[in-house]
Design a protein around this ligand. Structure first.
Ligand code: PAF
Length: 282
């Protein structure tokens, strides 16, 4: 595996790969890799000649009161994991490399952002689309891989790729879970022992709601109430939101019908967990 920190070098390599007709699968990450990221690499390896992973904790997508400084980082461990997973090129730029000068123009994610996490994380998706546009230009991937755990991010990136005609195929990859159902996340390390024990109840609430839909429930009000009650009765977390929308357009819906997402966010003492299910309902 080659480690690259310089954007011009990365871009040069990508162009060479293209000239040699090699397809590039890109896995953008903020590091502190877990099985979720590695499943993206595994899929990218199946579908491309070369896999490029980026590790960059992007300051632009963190709000002033968010955890940019304390976001977990362990580059040595990440390097080993990426190498063992079969990453060919690991791109690890510094903040100065990605943002060498103060930005004179801005990308703003307008649609699909005023719901779910976007509502309480002002500017977050502007930061995501900005850094991804830069990374897409540097790496020139054929396909880019994103985990469905952050389904809103997948929806926003879908919009970005369509709006700016990036010649990239977006590949959403199913959420990887712990054996007890908890969605894998770099932030799970912030949970204390009792929070970790009860955290799988979040996915359980979604699974039970899904079963209710399969049995015929179509009322958003009833399902929202059910999920909220379940979380309140089975966890000590504070509910940030439980919401349902069409997917990937993230438009409000009146009843459960078509492709929909049920998503939730719950705050614990040092971590805010998100999870969702997407289903196609007749
Ligand atoms: O999902 C993430 O880790 C980040 O939002 C991403 C896509 C790497 C952009 O910084």
């Amino acid at each position: 595996m080659n480690l690259i920190t310089n954007r011009a070098e990365m871009n040069q390599l990508s162009k060479q790969l293209k000239q040699n007709s090699k397809s590039i699968g890109f896995v953008p990450t903020m590091g502190f890799l877990h099985e979720g990221h590695l499943s993206l690499v595994a899929k990218a390896k199946q579908e491309n000649d070369v896999v490029v992973m980026s590790i960059f904790v992007n300051p632009l997508q963190f709000g002033p009161n968010e955890d940019f400084e304390t976001y977990p980082r362990d580059i040595e461990r990440d390097e080993k994991l990426a190498k063992n997973a079969g990453v060919d090129y690991l791109f690890v730029p510094t903040v100065k490399e990605m943002y060498p000068t103060e930005m004179g123009s801005k990308l703003t994610a307008i649609k699909r952002t005023n719901v779910l996490c976007g509502k309480s994380r002002e500017g977050h998706f502007d930061g995501v689309v900005t850094v991804l546009s830069k990374l897409f230009h540097i790496i020139c991937p054929d396909k880019a891989y994103f985990g469905m755990k952050d389904a809103q991010q997948v929806a926003v990136v879908d919009g970005l790729i369509n709006d700016y005609f990036f010649p990239i195929e977006l590949v959403p990859v199913e959420t990887i879970r712990e054996i007890d159902g908890l969605a894998k996340s770099s932030r799970n390390v912030y949970l204390d022992a009792s929070e970790r024990k009860e955290a799988p109840q979040l996915f359980q609430s979604l699974t039970l709601a899904k079963n209710k839909i399969l049995q015929g429930e179509r009322s958003i009000e009833n399902l929202t109430l059910f999920i909220k009650r379940y979380i309140e009765e089975n966890t000590s977390g504070e509910i940030d939101y439980v919401e349902m929308y069409s997917y990937p357009s993230l438009e409000p819906i009146e009843r459960i019908k078509g492709k929909i997402i049920i998503a939730l966010a719950v705050k614990y003492s040092k971590a805010r967990l998100i999870d969702n299910i997407v289903m196609d309902v007749k």
